[in-house]
Design a protein around this ligand. Structure first.
Ligand code: C5P
Length: 403
């Protein structure tokens, strides 16, 4: 996905700079072209020779060499890039960036870019939490910079907290998805449900389904990389997202999922109900393990679960509502009927007859139905399908805002 992309990497003086050669190696393995511009302080943590060797290009540290009289054209460098990534971004350079300071080569170059710029701040926990940093982050987002937030974990100071730069594979995945997703998602609030709910029969048994949670997680990850604030309401035992900063709420039953979602629904811009919610639950699950000799399982009384999706479809809702449906035959007419019955804005339809699609697989093939269009999404990874779905939703939202 990054093949042929021109990536301009800005490195500032934080300890995490030592991980950047590995990031460059991953970018180049994807076929991206990489050029590096860095601050003098960053060279305390990584050598220009390592950066030049891994990137295959000379490294820019200063825009002017007093001895040779040569000058680096930072404007050309900035305009060369399809995307600029500043990683790690120190509190100092962040402050410089949002205040238009140009006292190092990274800041001067960043000021000349016309492409998207992704900031990857990394610093000690207390610096990250400091009000001045928080203000600067807010300012940077308002100015249109994309942000990959630092992670929680062990820090160079010996403290444990928020501030770690994400590992190079996570930065690669973030950049890949960021590049593909529509910019409409930036700053939007998104709630996604994933996995199969479990309904207790007794303390050790439950009824559930084959849902792995992979499609919901793929949507959550893509939306996160597109700059959305994502909440993932996932069922116990289902797939966890790769990015640690996705806000996860774990639930087990349909009723728990309903209460988690309904409390937050009206704050959302988009809700995607990718979870496979059990249609029925056992009325009053046994508090003791049911015994075979008592034939306890033969006497279960089932009650219908609320339809969460339908309940979310009230009039004048502030959010776009996307439902999912798995049908034995993938009949689009039936799915259109379901879209109307559920009152959602769109429905992503899976057919049980399609191989490589549906529960548990890493790939999917879907038909996305809106009230006025049908989109065929051919067999590809769930991540790629998620990107296509998000881009269609963004187009729908943009279209409806123009009406
Ligand atoms: O009716 P059906 O189960 O085919 O609909 C699937 C869609 O409805 C999915 O988006 C699923 O998350 C949602 N659903 C729900 N509550 C239920 C059953 C399904 O929200 N009780």
């Amino acid at each position: 996905m990054l093949a042929g992309k021109r990536i301009l990497l800005g490195i500032t003086g934080g300890i995490a700079a030592y991980k950047i050669p590995e990031f460059i190696r991953l970018l180049r393995a994807e076929g991206a072209e990489v050029k590096v511009v860095c601050t003098p302080q960053s060279l305390d943590f990584v050598t220009p020779l390592t950066l030049a060797t891994t990137s295959g290009n000379p490294v820019v540290v200063s825009l002017f060499d007093a001895h040779s009289g040569t000058w680096v054209n930072h404007v050309e460098l900035a305009l060369w890039a399809d995307v600029m990534v500043i990683a790690p971004l120190t509190a100092n350079s962040l402050a410089g960036l949002v205040n238009g300071k140009t006292d190092n080569a990274v800041l001067v170059t960043a000021l000349c870019t016309r492409c998207p710029v992704v900031l990857v701040p990394a610093m000690d926990h207390d610096m990250w939490e400091h009000q001045s940093t928080l203000n600067n982050i807010q300012k940077a987002e308002a100015m249109g910079y994309a942000l990959m937030r630092p992670e929680y974990g062990a820090l160079a100071s010996g403290l444990i907290g928020q501030g770690r730069m994400p590992e190079p594979p996570a930065m690669l995945q973030f950049l890949t998805l960021f590049q593909q997703c529509h910019s409409w998602w930036k700053g939007k609030k998104v709630l996604i449900s994933s996995g199969g709910t479990r309904e207790a029969i007794d303390p050790v048994r439950f009824i559930s389904n084959q849902s792995s949670g992979k499609m919901g997680v793929a949507l959550a990850e893509a939306a996160y990389c597109a700059g959305a604030q994502v909440t993932l309401v996932r069922t116990r035992g289902s797939k966890m997202p790769y990015f640690k900063n996705i806000n996860c709420i774990e639930v087990e039953t349909a009723l728990q999922m309903q209460s988690a979602i309904s409390g937050m629904a009206n704050e959302q811009d988009v809700i995607c109900m990718a979870a496979a919610v059990a249609d029925f639950r056992v009325d009053q699950p046994s508090l003791q393990k049911l015994k075979k000799k008592d034939q306890g399982l033969n006497h279960l009384i089932w009650v219908e679960n609320p339809d969460i999706l339908k309940g979310l479809a009230q009039e004048n809702r502030p959010y776009f509502l996307l439902g999912f449906a798995l049908e034995s035959n993938g009949n689009v007419q039936d799915a259109r009927l379901k879209l109307l019955q559920k009152g959602a804005d769109a429905l992503a339809l899976n057919s049980l007859t399609d191989s490589g699609a549906g529960f548990g697989t890493d790939t999917n093939k879907m038909t996305l139905i809106t009230h006025d269009s049908t989109y065929e999404l051919s067999l590809k990874s769930k991540t790629e399908i998620a990107v296509e779905i998000l881009n269609i939703v963004a187009e729908c939202k943009l279209k409806s805002s123009q009406v």
